[in-house]
Design a protein around this ligand. Sequence first.
Ligand SMILES: NC(=O)c1ccc[n+]([C@@H]2O[C@H](COP(=O)([O-])OP(=O)(O)OC[C@H]3O[C@@H](n4cnc5c(N)ncnc54)[C@H](O)[C@@H]3O)[C@@H](O)[C@H]2O)c1
Ligand SMILES: [Zn+2]
Length: 366
Amino acid sequence: MRMVKVPLGERSYSILIGEGLLPRLGAECNHLGLGRNCAIISDVNVAPAFGQAASRSLAKAGFEPFLITVPAGETAKSLKNVQACYDQLAARRLERRSFIVALGGGVVGDLAGFVAATYLRGIPFIQVPTTLLAQVDSSVGGKVGVNLKAGKNLVGAFYQPRLVVCDLDVLKSLPARQFRSGLAEVIKYGIIYDAALFKRLEQDLAKVLKQAEGTLAEIVAWCCEIKAKVVGRDETEGGLRAILNFGHTVGHAIEAISGYGAYLHGEAISIGQVVAARLSEMQLGLPRQEADRIASLFARAGLPTSIALKPKQLVRLFEAMRLDKKVSGGELKFVLAERIGKVVRGQKVAGEQIEKALASTTISAR
Ligand SMILES: NC(=O)c1ccc[n+]([C@@H]2O[C@H](COP(=O)([O-])OP(=O)(O)OC[C@H]3O[C@@H](n4cnc5c(N)ncnc54)[C@H](O)[C@@H]3O)[C@@H](O)[C@H]2O)c1
Ligand SMILES: [Zn+2]
């Protein structure tokens, strides 16, 4: 088992990464001084597969778990489901020291984390992420929240978990498309922070795709370490944390205009990162060859690297980018790469450049 610490003073916590960790969940929770009562929040896909194993492990360690199952998918991140969870917590008389276990992908983690942040003004919660995306990204860093009709993640909080348990075995049942989508964030860490990680992925992509045990553990831990460092230095996104948004301005806009679901998050940000790489080439002198390496790694991971937009869709894409909550004062600012492993944030980018970058991805990628 590997362990990564998220250094946040008295809110510090560990991320455990390895095989066979779910059966040890209860024992790990025993170190945290928690109350006996706990709720496992999971979704309709994950609960039947892993709910019992989580329950059993907690019960064996002396806890009294009960399961709350929510629907699966992005629409489950709603205030309606928050309310439904509150009602069940109250019915079971969960108290301040009781805790919540978020067992699922990023949807469950964001929803259950928000419930934990707000029920009784905050009760402890544990993340047990079951998708690759959740293991390397959403379960670490304490951003929790739900969607409104007006947009994604508009209601939320910064609320850190007490522990994150990444059992790599659970990824085996993840649909291949979901796994690849998570890889888009994995590759992102290489681009924004660590050229050695990027190179390693270029070399060992086949092993990662096969989920070869040692390799996957090392890569997941590597990503968690990078996220932990970034979050440790900027918990509430005052500055540095923005580098995690590399490729996300265009990515989020693609998700928004294509109707959530047409592109998985990782697929949309794969295209977004290739666009950002081309913009980096134009504006920051990222060597052509490195931008090509970026596009080619996403393509080899089975992710889309280009999008052909009709003029009307292009207009909507720009509208969506301007609506993105990361835009301030109406100006489009991007995280761009100087080279693989080193990015700069707050780069102003003109609309024409974005159009050019979008067009050049279509040509170079196909
Ligand atoms: N909080 C953050 O910092 C942060 C960061 C990135 C993304 N997110 C959020 O994460 C969400 C996306 O997360 P996601 O990609 O994990 O999606 P998800 O939670 O919807 O999971 C994807 C699908 O896989 C299923 N699933 C999960 N684990 C499985 C397993 N082990 N085997 C089989 N099926 C399984 C789920 O039921 C779901 O149908 C978005 O809402 C996004 O906003 C949050
Ligand atoms: Zn992302």
